[in-house]
Design a protein around this ligand. Structure first.
Ligand code: BGC
Length: 764
């Protein structure tokens, strides 16, 4: 919908006159309008959006509780709007509406680029429709009669931070009767934005909860100008402070994920962004402040300023993320794995902010497709991410190039400047909708996205492949990111798992998914076409990468994992190939060497090929590199790299060293599916048919998982009791379940209907 149609029939885009520069922030504009209602209100709906960010007040009261509205999309193509029922905020007589605009993704710094990627200043579009009790309708819409000024927010930016001068507060600026004679007139943007306006579909970002510092830390170093606070948890958000100090005192709040050995903040990995908020006090007794249009990724905070003359009364951590309600619980007898699960959940919280981002702290925070596709299955256990991915998959459609390519980051390709994201990254186009379908039984996402998936696969075939081999280095200069951050030389252009092997493996996987999607949607001709395509790709893969004995080219763990997981290797060679994988793992003292691409399937492949014991050795491995190595070293989120910090080398390369990246947290799905044993059936997705299949192993003596599904809560717990396994599980109404014991166990009954069941599995 374009503006000028309902619900914006009368509204015009308006802006203030303040404009920043490519590297300079500008103060946040405040805009206001008074209006008269002759009768009480029966119903009032505010439709509102901005290019930039907005927060609205009516008669002095904040409208809604959403943060960073209208959210992040490719603003050249689509801008979301929100609708709020504001009936209760209005009254008969004089009323006022006020809006504060922030820079956000639209004109603030994004990633490593300058500011103003989409436009040079924020603009607003709003229309309030009031039905009065006498039947009349009053419309208040943005137009040239609105007034504007600037106030206490001197700069606001996701990467820079926010600066606020409380001496410049505007008082009751969003209430009627306010003296705005000094305010100026709003301007109209030079040209009307062309983007499509669509009602928000995904969940908004909200202030989800509050954290208190573990304890007020001693001044560090013994210096009255610096105090540190540790929230005990790495997270995304900001802090609220309550202070008492003299007028004009300026406090600077710095943020960091981790401390250096000397106890000071480690900020080198933020890559040169300021990431600090600055507060100047009004000096009116106790003052409370929380920034409005920024967030940081952090665990530690340092407040700098003349603290000798300042009382810091409270420091509260405000956790911000897209409101994706929690759905899953996983617990087991190994406390380190429980901490790993905690870290996975917090990695998810910290990075599900409007789009699934790679990390929340440095100058990046982008919707990397590769990261999202490896993690989506785990994400769908932990939280209800269905609406979140509906929105982001729409963003993928918006970002797709005319010839079908999908970039590495969504919603915008221009941060990277590459039309196509490369193997395992742009394949999110096919993997993500399919996963949402499996986990939620959601056919709509497949139907909505089907054309885009087809166009993507056609693009790969015609523009990125030769003889069914994808991303051949001899033909294409861009071959993708490889097995990113693997410890075997992958991710470099030489060494490690060849990019074309990864490319061809994912091409085959895409085709096999598409064959299944076509069946679900009833496109039988397409289904046959994609089955044949998959066969051709598999044959090409085997010719180029698999020896007659079953060795896989390059011999990396990831090469074997992909060949085995995506069905690329002949049945007769599987056992030999799996042996090679295990040989490499053992050679490394039961350590993995996989990167972003191989890690998500590693344990599944080991389990499927009769190496459950090896899978558990890797899962419970505590020494570097492993999932539990960061846990043993105090991590509260998932690290970007296996070697983010090691005792011998200290911090890894600061230009790529986030301590809050969810990708390696993709192991979470295996903990739910195999350690606890909660699995879905693709034939009856969304857990209508539940497969209970615990695979006890390692040191684990009990495990449990539960999941809120559309049908109700599915739950499972098991414990070892001598040679037996005692299991309790719940099947919600409308569902049925099959219990599949591990090969060494047998049970008397395998099929179950709704209700809670107890079962004992005995060793054969
Ligand atoms: C990001 C990753 C991303 C990668 C592409 C990095 O800068 O942080 O998570 O997938 O680039 O290889």
């Amino acid at each position: 919908m374009k503006n000028s149609s309902p619900p914006f029939s009368r509204a015009r885009w308006i802006s203030a006159s303040v404009v920043g520069g490519p590297r300079t922030c500008a103060p946040a504009p405040y805009l206001r309008k008074e209006f008269f209602l002759a009768h009480p209100t029966a119903k009032a709906v505010l439709s509102i959006t901005a290019l930039g960010l907005y927060e609205t007040e009516i008669n002095g009261i904040r409208v809604g509780d959403e943060v960073f509205t209208p959210g992040w999309t490719n603003y050249r193509k689509r801008v979301q709007f929100q609708q709020f029922d504001v009936t209760k905020l209005l009254h008969q007589g004089e009323n006022a509406m006020g809006v504060i605009l922030g820079d956000g993704w639209y004109c603030g710094f994004v990633a490593w680029r300058n500011r103003q990627i989409y436009g040079d200043q924020p603009v607003l579009l709003a229309q309030l429709e009031v039905q009065l009790r006498d039947g009349a309708t009053v419309i208040v819409a943005t137009d040239s009669t609105w007034k504007t000024t600037t106030g206490p927010i001197l700069e606001n930016d996701f990467l820079v931070g926010e600066s606020y001068d409380a001496r410049l507060e505007l008082g009751r600026w969003s209430e009627a009767g306010y003296d705005d004679r000094q305010w100026g007139r709003v301007a109209a943007p030079a040209s009307e934005p062309e983007a499509e306006l669509s009602l928000r579909t995904g969940p908004p970002v909200r202030r989800i909860n509050e954290l208190m510092p573990l304890k007020p830390v001693e001044n560090f170093p013994r210096n009255p100008e610096r105090r540190q606070f540790d929230f005990g948890q790495n997270f995304s958000g900001r802090i609220r402070i309550k202070v008492k100090t003299s007028r004009g005192t300026t406090l600077t709040i710095r943020y960091a994920e981790i401390l250096k050995p000397d106890g000071s903040l480690y900020t080198e990995n933020l890559r040169s962004i300021r990431a600090a908020d600055i507060y100047t006090a009004a000096g009116n007794g106790e003052e409370i402040w929380e920034p409005r249009f920024t967030f940081h990724g952090f665990r530690h905070v340092e407040i700098l300023g003349p603290l000798g003359e300042t009382d810091i009364l409270e420091v509260t951590g405000i956790v911000l993320h897209s409101d994706t309600p929690s759905t899953g619980i996983f617990r087991c007898s190994n406390e380190l794995l429980n901490q790993l699960q905690h870290n996975i959940v917090w990695g998810q919280k910290s990075n599900f902010i409007e789009v699934p981002t790679d990390c929340p702290q440095r100058n990046e925070r982008l919707g990397w497709t590769g990261d999202a596709q490896v993690f989506i299955r785990t994400a769908a256990f932990n939280m209800d991410v269905r609406p979140f991915f509906h929105k982001w998959i729409q963003d993928i459609r918006d970002a797709q190039s005319p010839r079908g390519a999908v970039p590495a980051v969504i919603p915008n390709e221009e941060f990277i400047g590459q039309e196509e994201g490369g193997p395992a990254w742009s394949d999110a186009t096919i993997i993500c909708p399919w996963t949402i379908y499996l986990c939620y039984g959601d056919c709509k996402i497949l139907a909505d996205h089907y054309d885009s998936m087809k166009r993507y696969l056609d693009f790969l075939g015609s523009c990125r492949c030769q003889g069914f081999l994808r991303s051949l280095p001899e033909t294409y200069s861009w071959t993708g990111f490889g097995d990113w951050l693997a410890l075997d030389g992958s991710g470099n252009l030489s060494g490690g798992t060849p990019h074309d092997l990864i490319g061809t493996a994912f091409y085959a996987y895409d085709a096999s998914i598409m064959a299944q999607v076509a069946v679900v949607l009833g496109h039988s001709l397409d289904a046959e076409k994609y089955r044949l395509l998959n066969k051709d790709i598999v044959a090409a893969f085997q010719r180029r990468y698999i020896t007659p004995d079953g060795l896989v080219a390059s011999g990396t763990q990831t090469a074997y994992v992909l060949a085995l997981h995506f069905g690329l290797i002949e049945e007769s060679k599987r056992a030999f190939a799996a042996q090679q994988l295990v040989r490499d793992i053992k050679k490394r003292g039961y350590h993995l060497a996989t990167g972003f691409v191989g890690t998500p399937y590693l344990l599944e492949v080991l389990e499927a090929n009769n190496y459950l014991d090896v899978a558990y050795k890797l899962l419970e491995q505590e020494t570097f590199p492993s999932w539990l190595f960061p846990v043993k070293n105090g991590a509260t989120t998932i690290w970007e790299r296996w070697d983010g910090w090691t005792p011998d080398k200290g911090f890894s390369d600061p230009s790529m060293n986030s301590f809050n990246h969810y990708a390696y947290g993709a192991v979470g799905a295996w903990m739910y599916r195999s350690v606890a044993g909660l699995e879905l059936d693709p034939a009856e997705p969304g857990y209508r048919h539940i497969i209970f299949r615990p695979r006890p192993g390692g040191s684990i003596s009990w495990a449990e998982a539960s999941l809120k599904t559309a049908y109700g809560v599915v739950a499972l717990s098991w414990k070892l009791a001598g040679a037996a396994l005692e299991i309790t599980f719940t099947v919600p109404n409308g569902c049925h379940a099959t219990f599949i014991p591990a090969p060494e166990y047998q049970v008397e009954k395998t099929d179950f209907s709704e209700g809670t069941h107890k079962l004992t599995a005995c060793k054969r």
